[in-house]
Design a protein around this ligand. Structure first.
Ligand code: PLP
Length: 382
């Protein structure tokens, strides 16, 4: 929908990025992946998910992620239907025993806290908050059995390192508190040490350039043990949210109910592209290069500045750029959209005069550079 008052600014073709998709989720699906989907059509699409074809896709997801992150012995890759939002429900039933602590520093990190707060079988969660554009640290608390971290707060463009809070158990710790990290927009581009987390969970429509609808969780032996203990303790859990069932099914390279096969094909394509390119150094390196371009431009341009004040908290996958009051970022986003550059609008509830730009590994750093030139072109003519 173009407003009648929107200035008619045409960006010259030689300034435009080769691909104009900069959305933070769903995000750019590379042409090669769509080609792979087409090629998989006759043998995989529309075939049984209990037979070797689709099972081998699930198996490649499981082994590919173990390779990408060098998972320690005993860690398992588990998946199910419903995306990250559903995994919050899974964790509320099967990973939080009594009380969780949540680092709340934006829309997504706060949502899991709301889910836990609404669960009648749990105590009121503890929240550790910090203002938008920053992140808090987990605080060791003997009254907490799961710490909920967010590797990349997609709504604000803040990333944080994943670390066990001091004084809490290690990865194998029999009954120590668990660390769960929402890595939905970080997994595949932000480095982490698997030994610092017990449940590293995400959905494939961001760094893995696929479609939504699946959740994936890397679980430590302690998390697997917690899920088994919750089941043994007799807590009622709907079967579709039962982590123990998902673990059993994943070990067979299956999901409990029918997955979106096309989503798996796209996911495997991107994962293997990352592995062939050199793994995390390659994938993270692409995002880091894009981030260098974007923040460097924002700092050296008179009318922009990075929203996140601390350079090491600026996300290398989702960049948030504030605009001077004299320039209306929403208008810039609309003009970009009219020129085929889409989804640069800021997160609506954040309510800032800013653009939000995804720099997932699929996004070409040269396209980020082209985008900055396009923004300069548009603002120069407003
Ligand atoms: C996108 C996103 C979600 C929501 O993922 P769904 O698969 O749509 O449920 C949750 N957390 C973070 C950090 C996200 O970026």
């Amino acid at each position: 929908m173009t407003s009648p008052t929107l200035p008619d600014i045409r960006i010259p073709a030689d300034l435009l990025p080769r691909d104009g998709r900069f959305g933070s989720g769903p995000s750019k699906v590379p042409a090669g992946a769509v080609g792979a989907l087409q090629a998989a059509g006759p043998t995989l699409l529309g075939t049984s998910h209990r037979q070797p074809g689709v099972k081998s896709l699930v198996g490649r997801v499981r082994s590919g992620l173990a390779e990408l992150w060098g998972l320690p012995d005993g860690y398992e890759v588990v998946l199910g239907n419903g995306g990250t939002t559903t995994f919050w429900d899974v964790a509320t039933f099967c990973l939080i025993e009594r009380r969780s602590q949540h680092l709340c520093f934006g829309e997504f990190s706060s949502k899991f806290a709301q889910v836990a707060a609404a669960a009648p079988h749990l105590e009121e969660p503890r929240r550790v908050e910090s203002p938008a554009g920053t992140h808090p640290w987990a605080q060791a608390d003997p009254d907490v059995d799961l710490y909920a971290l967010t590797q990349n707060e997609t709504s604000t463009g803040v990333m944080m390192p994943l670390r066990r809070p001091e004084g809490t158990g290690g990865a194998g710790g029999e009954d120590g508190a668990l660390v769960a990290a929402d890595a939905t927009s970080g997994a595949g581009a932000l480095r982490f040490d698997p030994g610092e987390v017990d449940a590293y969970y995400f959905a494939p429509q961001k760094c893995f350039a696929s479609d939504g609808g699946l959740w994936i969780a890397v679980l430590s032996p302690a998390a697997l043990g917690r899920a088994a203990r919750m089941r043994a303790a007799g807590r009622w859990v709907p079967a579709s949210l039962d982590l123990s069932i998902a673990v059993e099914q994943s070990r067979l390279d299956q999901t409990y109910n029918t997955p979106a096969v096309a989503t798996l094909v796209l996911f495997v394509h991107q994962l293997e592209w990352m592995l062939e390119g050199g793994g995390m150094d390659f994938a993270a390196g692409r995002s880091e290069r894009s981030a260098g371009v974007l923040y460097g431009w924002a700092e050296s341009t008179a009318y922009t500045s990075p929203f996140v004040a601390k350079p090491d908290e600026r996300s290398t996958v989702v960049g948030t750029i504030d605009f001077d009051r004299a320039v209306d970022a929403a208008t810039v986003a609309k003009i970009l959209r009219a020129n085929g550059i889409v989804d640069t609008e800021s997160y609506r509830k954040l309510g800032r005069n800013q653009l939000r730009i995804a720099m997932f590994p699929a996004v070409d750093p040269e396209d980020v550079e082209a985008l900055t030139r396009c923004i300069d072109h548009v603002v120069g003519r407003l």
